[in-house]
Design a protein around this ligand. Structure first.
Ligand code: GAL
Length: 417
């Protein structure tokens, strides 16, 4: 993608790579896009800004899901040294806005007509008190499964469309000596998989439990079944799953060491980076039982309050660039996500990307688009973290049954609310 927006790097970009001091027209960007696929996508943004003479001071904080990045951010803000721009998810944006830490993008939003092209589900997080405070980059979703095509062919089975078929495929893979599921045992990854368990119980149930935080839904029979399925999935992992990074789990599927990964569509970025093609090398499906629904998370760049007109101008220019249709297509093709605007053609996207765009439009139209709990789009951080504890416990054999886990979840959420 290098060179797409400009053939050569500008002096500002070169300088940005060699100094840690932000010049007036630079943007300092805190983010957690450090895997191969993520970095490739980020380069699309860096290159485009470089083409406009905006330098990039990189502040990467590794750790999928962004927990470590958010810890670093707090330290920076407490020290009175907020970065210009920060990759951020859902409720975290609202939290920082509520504290008065974010700037105002209304000027560029009005000029570019964001209200008309950015879906309401994203505006709900990108605006605070009626004002734009962040620029949505993409829409990811968590209810995906990435399957190694050769491993699936070995089972002689079709792609699973419901829970029972999924279990049959997993059993067949196990018999064939393939680790059925590649997983990284980190709380955010456990929770990412669990999003799908709850969504497979139905959109209404998902909303009742994860958005309304209804105690009966959280602790009831459907949640118990969601946990039973989750605990069952934990029996298909290899012995070394604990604390494995998500992209290393993707690599297991890419290499054929494992059959599938249940993960958001950032995983597709890894498959593409490895030169794999959807349909030929890997297959993408919605988690069985969730086709028609989408549990989404949208990466946004929240703009912090900065001093100096030139810095504010750089923020506005960055936001404007991010929302341009050209960027939205070029970036999301590489990242595995889909555009944050409704009017970007799917022409340049591969089949999984086209499916992602169509699924999102369908879910948005029929009311089955829900915010991902795992990625901070269903409930604020305190609740999310309480849920993580119980979900990770369940992944690691803490509960004798789904019922026990559901009871624990209801109690943990009640304490965190
Ligand atoms: C998500 C984020 C994605 C991807 C993923 C793994 O929270 O929305 O863009 O980066 O974490 O790092």
């Amino acid at each position: 993608m290098r060179g797409f927006f400009g053939k050569t790097m500008t002096a500002a970009a070169v300088l940005a790579m060699t100094t840690s001091f932000a010049r007036a027209t630079d943007v300092e960007v805190l983010h957690w896009w450090t895997s191969g696929g993520e970095a490739a996508a980020l380069n699309v943004l860096k290159d485009m800004l470089a083409g406009q003479g905006i330098g990039w001071v990189d502040m990467p904080v590794a750790g999928g899901g962004g927990e470590a990045a958010m810890t670093t951010l707090k330290a920076r803000v407490n020290a009175g040294d907020a970065p210009t721009s920060v990759q951020m998810l859902g409720f975290d944006i609202q939290d920082w806005a509520e504290q008065g830490s974010l700037g105002n993008l209304d000027e560029v939003a009005a000029k570019e007509g964001w209200d008309a092209v950015i879906p309401a589900a994203l505006q709900r997080f990108a605006k605070y008190d009626g004002h734009w405070v962040s620029a949505p980059v993409n829409v990811h979703s968590t209810n995906w499964v990435w399957i190694n095509k050769a491993a699936l062919d070995k089972t002689g089975l079709a792609v699973p469309t419901n829970w029972d078929e999924l279990v049959t495929v997993l059993d067949k893979m196990k018999e064939a000596g393939i680790t059925p599921i590649a997983h990284g045992g980190q709380p955010w990854q456990d929770a990412t998989v669990f999003d799908s368990m709850v969504l497979a119980q139905g959109v209404d149930f998902y909303n009742k439990a994860f958005v309304e935080l209804d105690p009966e839904a959280l602790g009831g029979a459907q949640m118990a079944e969601a946990f039973d399925h989750f605990i069952k999935l934990s029996s298909y992992l290899d012995a070394n799953f604990s604390n494995r990074d998500w992209n290393l789990a993707s690599a297991m599927v890419i290499k054929g060491e494992a059959g599938m990964q249940i993960m958001g569509d950032w995983a597709k970025g890894e498959f593409l980076k490895a030169g794999q093609k959807p349909g030929a090398d890997f297959v993408c499906i919605r988690f069985p039982g969730t086709q028609g629904a989408v549990s989404f998370n949208s990466d946004q760049f929240a703009m912090f309050n900065v001093d100096g007109d030139d810095k504010k101008a750089a923020q506005l220019a960055m936001a404007q660039a991010i929302e341009s249709p050209t960027f939205q297509s070029a970036f999301n093709v590489v990242k595995g996500s889909v555009p944050a605007r409704t009017d970007v053609p799917d022409t340049d996207f591969d089949d999984c990307g086209k499916k992602g765009i169509a699924d999102l439009a369908e879910a948005n139209a029929k009311g089955s688009l829900v915010g991902s709990m795992a990625h901070g789009h269903a409930a604020p951080a305190a609740v999310k973290n309480a849920a993580y504890d119980v979900i990770t416990g369940a992944m690691n054999g803490k509960f004798a049954s789904g019922t026990e886990a559901a009871t624990a979840l209801a109690a943990a959420v009640a304490a965190a609310k």
